[in-house]
Design a protein around this ligand. Structure first.
Ligand code: ADP
Length: 177
C-alpha cells in the first residue's frame, strides 16, 4: 500500500470541471456587449447559481463572477426604479462605459455586484489540492483557466460529488488504473 501514491491515477481539475467534453459550453456574460434582454434570457434559460464575466467571447479573458440572485435583484430593481431601463439597454460590468448615441436607451452599470477576484485555478491542478482549497477557503465555486482563458467551473457540489465517487471506487481501481 505504500506504493499507492505512485500507482494512483491523479485526477485533475479538468476531469471534474464543467462543462464536460460533450456538454454545451459554459454560460458566460460579456463585460460590455450584452443587453438587459440578453442577460434576462441567460437567467431564464439556465439554473446556475452564478456566471463568469469575460472581456469577450473571443478572448475568454475572465473579469469577474456574478451571483444569479444579485443579477435578478439588480435588474428587477433597475427596471422598476431607474428611468428608461428596457430590454435593449446595455449592461456594463466594465469600469468605463462607452459614449452612447443620444437615441439609445440609458445603460445599466452592474460592476458593483461583480466579484472582481473570483478564485481561479488551472486545468492541470490536482484535485487533491482543489479539495484542500475548497475546505480551507470555504469556496462556493472556483473557475478553471488554461493560458489565461476561461475553460470551466467547479462548484462545491461538484467537489463533494468527486469526493463521494473516490470513496465509492473499488480500491483496486484507485490503486492501479
Ligand atoms: P451546484 O453545483 O451547487 O448545483 P450550480 O447550479 O451553479 O451549483 O451548478 C450546477 C452545475 O452546473 C455544476 O456542475 C456546475 O459545475 C455547472 N455550472 C455552474 N455554473 C455554470 C455556468 N455558468 N455555465 C455552465 N455550467 C455551470
Amino acid at each position: 500500500l505504500e506504493a499507492k501514491e505512485e500507482f494512483s491515477h491523479k485526477t485533475l481539475a479538468m476531469d471534474v470541471m464543467r462543462p464536460r467534453r460533450n456538454d454545451p459550453s459554459l454560460t458566460v456574460l460579456t463585460q460590455d456587449s450584452m443587453t438587459v434582454g440578453d442577460i434576462e434570457a441567460a437567467i431564464t434559460e439556465t439554473t446556475y447559481s452564478g456566471f463568469p464575466v469575460v472581456v469577450s467571447r473571443e478572448s475568454q479573458r475572465l473579469v469577474g463572477f456574478v451571483q444569479r440572485r444579485d443579477l435578478i435583484i439588480s435588474i428587477e430593481s433597475a427596471r422598476k426604479k431607474q428611468d428608461g431601463i428596457v430590454s435593449a439597454s446595455w449592461i456594463y460590468f466594465s469600469e468605463h462605459t462607452p459614449p452612447q448615441p443620444s437615441t439609445s436607451p440609458p445603460s445599466l452599470k452592474l460592476r458593483s455586484i461583480m466579484d472582481l477576484s473570483p478564485f481561479t485555478i488551472t486545468d492541470q491542478t490536482p484535485m487533491e489540492i482543489v479539495v484542500d482549497i475548497f475546505r480551507k477557503l470555504g469556496l462556493r465555486q472556483c473557475l478553471v483557466t488554461h493560458n489565461g482563458r476561461l475553460l470551466g467551473i467547479i462548484t462545491k457540489k461538484d467537489v463533494l460529488k468527486h469526493i463521494a465517487q473516490m470513496a465509492n471506487q473499488d480500491p483496486d481501481s484507485i490503486l492501479f488504473n
